[in-house]
Design a protein around this ligand. Structure first.
Ligand code: ASP
Length: 582
């Protein structure tokens, strides 16, 4: 028996017991005649004591050969500690050791295995197995497990069943590049790894499994942004015989359940916002509604004066930043520099100080009088003490820039409280979006999303205006889930592929199986997928998803621990009929 108890378990009531503990050496305090060793496992830490008076002489000497992270087994008696500590759950007791076994010696770790470590990101990733011994990472993984368990419990109780779908498939378009896998047995042919199980879950609906879910890996070969992983996990769900309303209700239920069980928070409202309104009021399809600062469009009140910058802009739009009139001139100048950074891309920023006495002072006083500025304040909802920030230019770009500024200011002003949860459905997304590069329309969600009833005809006349039966669930400014009601008849699906520029042959080659299936009694269906990594990090109150993933990739998509991706040898290439041309 390696252990009778774990290292986080023993309390004052256990004094007198004979116990065996196993774990890693966390700390050693060697006082010559006395040696304290703190041993750690997943459950906590316990202090072991060896001393001249009470321990056999060779045992004390043996304890002095230990080093950090040695794996040990200690047998002994639980005794009351003289100097108790609150900092350990076992802080009232210690173990007077009678037998010590070194199960495995250890090299000195390259960084300290403490909550606050001296190891940088790269080092921690290279030795991730050591990093996982640290409380912050360990606790994040345990937290993720709890969330996954609650998801499974909730959905199972609602009659969902978890079905696995294959990883070696062919392209499922979610708008990214595929990772591909060469097939040895089928010369010159490749599998694609799923960007999502989208087509399979729809086929499960045709198969009659009317409530499906799966906690599943998805693979997308995208340019990596901070906090995006090439492989990530979805809670993927699909239901048959449902309308949008049924899906929204079911997954509001899931989200409510998670917030309650994991965070102890009851949320009653899941407001719904049209995509159009989200863009107009927040410049963003995933608005953080924990705070206000809604956009006020100022074209009517700010154009047709002498200020040409505004006159020639497609959109003039501002936000009232609460209490920000206290910003100094220097701070405002810095803010202007901030919006001009290439990442944000604004040409400049106009501001209006709303003074306590009801007067206004703006950076464009030359062109606008007090009555003009009062109108701006009215439109943006500014009151005395606020600062109005105004951007202008091409509509979509300007909205994006002001949205970035809104988030930045909210962050600086401490308005993004991680303990507050404000979910929101964004609904009625456009079906198609224009892609500048390829100069054509792409499916905004994916090609299986159904247009809103009665809008099919608009596809030929005003494709950009067709709304989809698609929805996103937003939590605190993050898209945590997205889905749609699907097309379930062959004709509409063929029409959709046609609009998206597939020839009938291409559509058949790529998605013939789905359209075939639709001929055999496909029920109306729809679904949603949540990004589990992000969801867990938000529920855990963290910005980054990395610590909630046991073995994450870095920003270049590398696993620096196992050193992948890596070349393969010629033999393997030959077997796969592949030749490199680098
Ligand atoms: N497959 C979609 C995605 O990965 C989700 C869905 O439509 O259910 O975004």
């Amino acid at each position: 028996m390696y252990r009778s108890h774990n290292c986080g378990e023993l309390r004052i009531g256990d004094v007198g017991k004979q116990v065996i503990l196993s774990g890693w050496v966390q700390r050693i305090k060697n006082r010559g005649v006395l040696n304290w060793v703190v041993v750690r496992d997943r459950y906590g830490t316990t202090q072991l004591v060896f001393d001249e008076e009470r321990s056999a002489a060779d045992l004390l000497e043996q304890s002095k050969t230990l080093g950090r992270e040695f794996v040990i087994q200690a047998e002994g008696t639980v005794i009351e500690r003289e100097s108790k500590t609150q900092s350990m759950t076992t802080g009232d007791i210690e173990i007077l050791v009678t037998k010590l076994t070194i199960l495995n010696a250890a090299e000195t770790p390259p960084f300290t295995i403490e909550d606050e470590t001296d190891g940088g990101d790269d080092l921690r990733m290279k030795y991730r197995y050591l990093d996982i011994r640290r409380n912050p990472v360990k606790n994040s993984l345990i937290f993720r497990h709890k969330v996954a368990m609650e998801v499974r419990t909730y959905l199972s109780n609602q009659d969902f069943i978890e079905v696995e779908t294959p990883y070696l498939i062919k392209s499922t378009p979610e708008g990214a590049r595929d990772f591909v896998v060469p097939s040895r047995m089928n010369e010159g042919q490749f599998y694609a790894l799923p960007q999502s199980p989208q087509t399979f879950k729809q086929l499960l609906m045709v198969g009659g499994m009317d409530k499906y879910f799966q906690i599943v890996k998805c693979f997308r070969d995208e340019d990596l942004r901070a906090d995006r992983q090439p492989e990530f996990t979805q809670i993927d769900c699909e239901m048959a015989f449902v309308e949008q309303e049924d899906i929204l209700n079911t997954f509001e239920g899931l989200t409510r359940h998670l917030l309650k069980e994991i965070n102890g928070v009851e949320v009653d409202k899941f407001p719904r916002m049209l995509y159009e309104d989200a863009m107009r009021l927040y410049g963003n399809d995933k608005p953080d509604i924990r705070f206000g600062m809604q956009f006020g469009e100022l074209n009517e009140v700010a154009q047709h004066k002498e200020f040409n910058v505004f006159n020639k802009a497609e959109l003039v739009v501002g936000i009232a930043v609460p209490g920000a009139n206290i910003f100094t001139r220097k701070e405002i100048d810095k803010l202007i520099d901030w919006v001009k950074r290439p990442q944000v891309g604004a040409m400049g920023m106009v501001y209006v100080r709303c003074n306590e006495d009801g007067s206004y002072k703006s950076s464009v006083d030359k062109f606008y009088d007090q009555a003009d500025l009062a109108k701006w304040a009215e439109v943006t909802g500014a009151s005395a003490g606020d600062l109005i920030c105004v951007l202008s230019g091409e509509k979509d770009k300007t909205r994006g820039q002001l949205s970035a500024l809104r988030m930045e200011l909210a962050e600086r002003l401490g308005l993004r409280n991680p303990d507050e949860f404000a979910p929101l459905w964004v609904i009625d997304f456009p079906l198609l979006e224009w892609d500048e590069e390829s100069e054509r329309y792409h499916a905004m969600h994916h090609p299986f999303t159904s247009p809103k009833p009665g809008q099919i005809d608009l596809l030929t006349t005003k494709p950009g205006e067709v709304k989809a039966n698609a929805y996103d669930l937003v939590l605190n400014g993050n898209e945590i889930g997205g889905g749609s009601i699907r097309i379930h008849d062959k004709e509409t699906q063929a029409l959709m592929f046609d609009y998206l520029g597939f020839t009938p042959e291409e559509a058949k080659a790529q998605f013939g199986f789905l359209m075939d299936a639709f001929q055999y009694g496909a029920p109306p269906h729809g679904g949603i997928a949540f990004g589990l990594d992000r969801l867990v990090s938000i529920l855990g109150g963290q910005e980054t998803i990395r610590d909630f993933i046991a073995f994450p990739k870095n920003n270049s998509g590398r696993d620096v621990m196992i050193d992948a991706p890596a070349p393969i040898d010629n033999e393997q290439l030959k077997e796969l009929n592949l030749k490199l041309d680098l």
